[in-house]
Design a protein around this ligand. Structure first.
Ligand code: SAH
Length: 257
């Protein structure tokens, strides 16, 4: 028997942001391999499946990509429906191509089921359009993260050229990101947002200027976080600055009362 492997996007976190197609495929899975970031509620939809965590959470345990590829191929010999569940959309920063290539080389049929990527969940959390007439006509999705033995890409050039930039896997090096972009000519007051746990219970957002990005790291709680950078956030920055002034005035008022 040779089964079919589905590369399925689990969405940004909230279980009800799965597509109906993803939910159906997960429910029919004989075996399910999932990343560490995937919500346990989503994994639990696979009622009949053997569940195999193959976490890739940075800094925590991880399973070598070659080993994952091999396990997917083996699983397809034993199960009609093999699900490989990845956070967000499977085709963005998820090493899907390694799995697609390995499965193709083994002659195994694959289907990709799209998911909502973290950038879009962050936009929804912020309540801000990522494109905007006259201000933002393009978006770039980048990561400064470089894997072992990989040549670095010029992520900063892409961000500098973008109207709106969404930076994945960058919260751990926020200060370095800000330093690089300012050194390469981005205005220090470019508005940005750091969104943590988008769509999840612990969702938090921090609005700041580019030159304040480094200081946001201390306010993170350890969940996945993404950086949205661009003039589309200008009003939000103005409002949050007013909030800070209002809070400051209130604190002073209380102190002197
Ligand atoms: N394939 C995924 C991205 C994997 S890379 C997708 O399409 O979303 C993992 C990075 O995604 C994290 O470091 C973080 O930057 C971002 N991310 C994933 N889930 C997130 C969430 N719920 N809130 C904020 N950022 C998230």
């Amino acid at each position: 028997m040779t089964g079919k492997v589905y590369l399925v996007g689990a969405g940004p976190g909230a279980a009800d942001l799965l597509t109906i197609r993803a939910a159906r495929v997960i429910e029919s899975a004989g075996i399910l391999f999932h990343d560490a970031l995937v919500n346990p509620e989503v994994v639990a939809l696979a009622k009949k499946a053997e569940k195999v965590p193959v976490g890739k959470r940075h800094g925590r345990y991880s399973t070598a990509q070659n080993f994952i590829n091999k396990r997917l191929i083996d699983a397809a010999q034993r199960h009609a429906v093999v699900v490989r569940l990845k956070g967000g959309d499977p085709l963005l920063f998820g090493r899907a191509q390694e799995e697609l290539d390995a499965l193709a080389a083994a002659g195994i049929e694959v289907e990709i089921v799209s998911g909502i990527t973290a950038a879009l969940a962050a936009g929804a959390a912020l309540g801000v359009s990522l494109t905007r007439r006259g201000i933002a006509r393009n978006i770039t999705f980048v990561t400064p993260r470089v894997g072992r033995n990989e040549t670095a890409s010029d992520w900063a050039a892409a961000v500098l050229a973008a109207d709106t930039a969404v930076i994945y896997m960058g919260s751990g090096e926020a200060q370095a990101i800000a330093d690089t972009l300012i050194r390469r000519g981005m205005p220090a007051d470019r508005p940005l947002a750091m969104v943590e746990n988008a769509s999840l219970a612990g969702e938090a957002q921090h609005i700041a200027r580019l030159d304040q990005l480094g200081s946001l790291t201390a306010r993170l709680g350890g969940g996945p976080a993404i950086i949205v950078l661009g003039e589309v956030l200008r009003e939000r920055l103005a409002i949050s600055a007013t909030d800070h002034t209002a809070q400051h005035n209130l604190r002073n008022h209380l102190r002197h009362a």
